[in-house]
Design a protein. Structure first.
Length: 219
């Protein structure tokens, strides 16, 4: 089971909160869910340089709160809060395109953006996976990149880390899977705080999938 179930989804509702928190009737549920997916995907791409790791969305009848967890909050906020206004316009554009709202209806919708700073970026599976992918795309040797990543994570205070690569690694003719592991990463222990992320790296010979599990100390 531990190899088939997403470690984050496995713990949602038991130890971890839902990333989207709202109630909807049967008619609007699918539309709001699609909107959440589009907003989250777009923000993760737009704020990549800010080191974004998570986007949580809460909805009220005429209000919407979006909480972003980033390693560099100054990049998101910008000078005098100008960056927050840009992000707000960006989110409103996505909502307008998804729902087909008119400009008057859009003005009634209030969006509250919150930015949380990530205390230890080295213990974020998302940031570790993104860094590995970017170094692969710069054509650095994959074993050296993984060794550097594992060393940094363990020095930051993690209990364990597991990295799995899948695809045409190092341009091989036949796709394969390679696993790297250090410390303890329990997949079945629900009370263990496991951070998980998967990121694709587009290389010259095709995609290589990167999965990262980090076992962290409980706060």
């Amino acid at each position: 089971m531990g190899q088939k179930v997403n470690p984050v989804g496995f713990r949602v509702g038991i130890f971890l909160p839902w990333k989207s928190r709202w109630f909807a009737d049967d008619g609007s549920y699918k539309d709001l869910l699609l909107e959440d997916i589009k907003i989250r995907k777009a923000l993760m791409q737009k704020l990549k340089l800010a080191g974004i790791t998570d986007v949580e969305i809460e909805r009220l009848p005429k209000n919407m709160a979006i909480t972003m967890t980033v390693s560099r909050p100054g990049v998101v906020i910008g000078r005098g809060g100008s960056g927050i206004e840009d992000v707000k316009k960006f989110v409103l554009d996505i909502i307008q395109k998804t729902r087909g709202l008119k400009q008057k209806e859009l003005k009634d919708l209030k969006i509250d953006l919150r930015v949380n700073e990530l205390k230890n970026p080295e213990l974020s599976a998302q940031l570790v996976a993104v860094r590995i992918a970017s170094e692969f795309e710069r054509r650095l040797p994959h074993r050296r990149v993984i060794a550097w990543a594992i060393e940094r994570v363990m020095q930051a205070g993690a209990k364990g880390i597991k990295v799995v690569l899948s695809g045409r690694i190092a341009g091989a003719e036949i796709a394969r899977t390679e696993k790297y592991h250090k410390g303890s990463v329990p997949t079945q222990v629900l009370r263990a705080e496991i951070d998980y992320a998967q990121v694709p790296a587009l290389l010259k010979r095709g995609y290589v999938g990167i999965k990262v599990w980090i076992h962290k100390e409980k706060e």
